[in-house]
Each structure stands twice: as C-alpha cells, then as structure tokens.
Design a protein around this ligand. Structure first.
Ligand SMILES: [Mg+2]
Length: 73
C-alpha cells in the first residue's frame, strides 16, 4: 500500500509539473487529470488508514485545528 501511495503521489507531481509547464508531458495535463490523481492518492490514504484502524476524519480535524492554532498565535 505504501508503494501504491508513493506511485499515486508521483502521478500527482507529474500532473502538477505538466500543468505548470516545468516538464512538457507526453500528453497535456488538465485540471481534471490532476483531480483524478489527487482522488487516487486520497483513496490510497483512506485504505492505508483503514488498514491500521485509524480514524482519519478525527485525525485530520485535529491536524487542521493544530494548523489554525499555529496561524493565529
Ligand atoms: Mg493515479
């Protein structure tokens, strides 16, 4: 699963690089392609969290809260 996660992260990176023109892709990248790759990555993250019995929603909300507190202090 971790290798799947890394593979999907690489596909997200390739889509962003293509959109930003850093590396001309074989096939032009679109925002829809980036959305698909981000969704693939998110899916793997959810599967990994589920595998380890992690409540990702709870953990994510805590992380967002931590960021908010960091920005306002
Ligand atoms: Mg993908």
């Amino acid at each position: 699963m971790v290798t799947d996660l890394l593979e999907e992260a690489g596909e997200v990176a390739a889509a962003v690089k293509g959109l930003e023109g850093f590396k001309p892709p074989d096939k032009p990248k679109t925002k829809e392609m980036l959305a698909t790759e981000l969704s693939d990555l998110l899916y793997i993250i959810f599967v990994l969290a589920e595998h380890y019995g992690i409540n990702l929603e709870e953990s994510f909300l805590q992380t967002v809260n931590d960021y908010i507190l960091r920005f306002i202090s």
